[in-house]
Design a protein around this ligand. Structure first.
Ligand code: FEO
Length: 499
C-alpha cells in the first residue's frame, strides 16, 4: 500500500540544512544564500532560455547537459556522437530535482538549474540512479541547496556514501516501493527497478504529467542537438542503433529485471518517458516499449543475418564474404558482415541482439578461437544473449579447432540453436569449400525465412534459470541451494522461482 512520505518527512526539512553544510566543506551557505531566499511560486522561470534548458511539460523542465568531448562511455564504449546526461526539475508548491549529471558537465548543469529555480529553494533531490554519471553533482547540490532533502532507495544512500563520502543520514527520505511524495499538484510515486541498471535504481512516476522518470531505461548514447523529444528527430534512422547498443551493452544482461519493470509499467498511465540519457518520449511510446520488450526477452528484433569473421591472411574473410553473398542470393536482404578485429565489440553486441541468425567464421589461433572472436563470444555470454541461431565456419592450416571451441562457449547460451553443417577450411577456401558454403547459405536463408524451433540449451545441459522474485537476479543451476542468498537483495532460496 502506498505511503505518504510527504507527511512524515516534510517535518525533517526544517532541521536538514546545517549539518549537511558543515559536512560539505568548501562551498558554504553564504555563497548561495540568495538561492535560499525562497520567493513565492511565480509560474515559469524568467531565464529558462539559458543553456540546454527546455520545458518538458507543465511545471517540468529539462536541465540536463550533453557531453561531446567524451570518447568512451564507462571508459569502454566508443560514443562518437557523445552522450546526454538528463536531469529534470519539477516546479510546484515544492521543487524537486530528478537526478543530476556527470562531473564533466556540472558547470552548464548548475547554470541550467539556477535559471530554472529562478531564486526558489530546492526542496527535494530525487536520486533515481546512483551511478556517478548521474550522481557526481549531488554533493554540490546539497551544499548549494542546504534545505534540500534527498529521496532515494536505501541502497542508493549506501553507494552514495561509498563513492563520495557523503553522509546524507540527516536529510534523507528513503523511498520504499510504492511510496509517494506530494509536491503540490504533482505527486511522485516511486517504483523500484533493481538492476536496471544497478541494484539501487528506482523510477519516479508523476501522476499529473504522466511522466515516468525512468533512470537508464529507454536511454540512448548520443548528445542532444537542441532537439529534446524523440519525435523531433529521425529516431528510427539516426538514433535506434545507438539506443540498441546502449541498452544491450549497459542493461542487456538484466532482461528478467527489465521485464519485471515493463510488467509494472503496463499498469501505469504513462504519457511520457524521461530517461537519464537520450531523447524524451512523448509520442509513439508503444514503439520503444516494444523494442524493450524484444530486447529484454532476448527475442530477435529482425529476421536478419550477421556474419562475423576473424581473419589474418584473408582466407576466412573470403569465406565470410562468400557466404554472405550466397545468403543474399537466396533472397535474404538483411545481411551484414563484420570484421571482428575492426568492429568494436559493443557494436557487435547490439547487432547480435537485433539479428536472428549469426554466422561465425574464425581462424584457429593458439589451438583455440581467434582472440577477438573469443572476446566477442564471451561478451555475448556475459550479456546473456539467448534464442539465436548460429552457423559456424572454421579455418586452420594444420589443425582446425576453432569450430569446436566456439561451440564450447555457444553451448552455454540459453536456447542457442545451430543451422547447417559447420564448414572447415584449410588456409583458404577451395572449390569444395565453396560448395559447402553454398549449402550452408541455403540452410541459413531457409531458416531466416522460416524460423526454426530453437533447442533450449537448458534442456541439453540440465541447468535451469531461477529468478529472484524480489529483485530479478537470476541463479543458474539445477536447483537453488537451500542456504543461497541473493547477492543483490539478500533474499533466501525460497524466494526464487524457475523461469
Ligand atoms: Fe547512466 Fe547506469 O548510468
Amino acid at each position: 500500500m502506498s505511503k505518504e512520505i510527504a507527511r512524515r518527512d516534510f517535518l525533517k526539512a526544517a532541521v536538514a540544512g546545517a549539518a549537511g553544510l558543515a559536512a560539505m566543506g568548501a562551498l558554504g551557505p553564504a555563497a548561495f544564500a540568495e538561492e535560499e531566499k525562497a520567493p513565492a511560486f511565480a509560474g515559469k522561470p524568467k531565464f529558462a532560455e539559458i543553456g540546454s534548458v527546455r520545458e518538458v511539460a507543465e511545471d517540468v523542465w529539462y536541465v540536463g547537459v550533453s557531453d561531446r568531448r567524451i570518447e568512451l562511455f564507462e571508459n569502454v564504449y566508443p560514443i562518437p556522437r557523445g552522450v546526454a546526461y538528463n536531469s529534470y526539475v519539477i516546479l510546484d508548491e515544492k521543487t524537486a530535482l530528478i537526478d543530476t549529471v556527470d562531473r564533466s558537465v556540472t558547470g552548464q548543469f548548475f547554470e541550467n538549474l539556477t535559471a530554472v529555480l529562478d531564486g526558489r529553494p530546492l526542496d527535494y533531490l530525487v536520486v533515481d540512479h546512483m551511478e556517478p554519471d548521474h550522481s557526481s553533482a549531488i554533493s554540490e547540490v546539497l551544499v548549494r541547496y542546504p534545505a534540500a532533502q534527498v529521496v532515494c532507495t536505501k541502497a542508493a544512500a549506501v553507494i552514495l556514501n561509498q563513492f563520495f563520502d557523503c553522509d546524507i543520514s540527516d536529510r534523507v527520505i528513503y523511498a520504499e516501493e510504492g511510496d509517494t511524495l506530494r509536491l503540490g499538484r504533482h505527486t511522485l510515486t516511486f517504483v523500484h527497478a533493481p538492476m536496471v541498471h544497478w541494484p539501487e535504481v528506482m523510477m519516479s512516476f508523476d501522476d499529473l504529467s504522466g511522466i515516468l522518470f525512468s533512470a537508464d531505461a529507454f536511454g540512448s548514447f548520443g548528445a542532444l542537438n537542441g532537439n529534446l523529444f524523440a519525435d523531433e528527430v529521425d529516431f528510427k534512422n539516426d538514433w535506434l542503433p545507438d539506443a540498441r547498443r546502449y541498452y544491450c551493452n549497459i542493461v542487456g544482461k538484466y532482461g528478467p529485471q527489465v521485464q519485471a519493470v515493463l510488467a509494472k509499467a503496463a499498469s501505469v498511465p504513462i504519457k511520457m518517458l524521461c530517461p537519464t540519457h537520450g531523447p524524451v518520449w512523448r509520442e509513439d511510446l508503444g514503439w520503444i516499449l516494444e523494442k524493450y520488450s524484444l530486447w529484454s526477452s532476448y527475442t530477435p528484433e529482425e529476421q536478419a543475418v550477421m556474419v562475423v569473421y576473424g581473419s589474418v591472411y584473408g582466407g576466412t574473410e573470403s569465406a565470410a564474404n562468400a557466404v554472405a553473398a550466397m545468403i543474399s542470393q537466396q533472397g535474404v536482404s538483411d545481411v551484414a558482415v563484420y570484421d571482428v578485429s575492426k568492429t568494436h565489440v559493443s557494436e557487435l553486441i547490439g547487432e547480435a541482439f537485433r539479428c536472428s541468425h549469426i554466422v561465425l567464421a574464425s581462424i584457429t589461433y593458439n589451438m583455440g578461437v581467434f582472440t577477438p572472436m573469443k572476446n566477442f563470444l564471451l561478451d555475448l555470454e556475459a550479456h546473456n544473449l539467448q534464442n539465436r541461431c548460429f552457423s559456424l565456419i572454421e579455418n586452420g592450416s594444420w589443425s582446425p579447432a576453432a569450430g569446436a571451441k566456439m561451440m564450447e562457449i555457444l553451448n552455454r547460451l540459453t536456447a542457442a540453436a545451430y543451422v547447417g553443417k559447420p564448414v572447415t577450411i584449410l588456409s583458404s577456401p577451395d572449390e569444395g569449400d565453396y560448395i559447402a558454403l553454398r549449402a550452408l547459405a541455403e540452410e541459413v536463408a531457409a531458416s531466416v525465412k522460416e524460423p526454426p524451433t530453437v533447442i533450449a540449451a537448458e534442456e541439453e545441459s540440465g541447468t535451469a534459470r531461477w529468478v529472484c522474485t524480489l529483485c530479478g537476479y537470476v541463479y543458474e543451476g539445477e536447483s537453488v541451494p537451500e542456504d543461497f542468498k541473493c547477492p543483490i537483495c539478500g533474499a533466501g532460496a525460497d524466494k526464487f522461482e524457475k523461469e
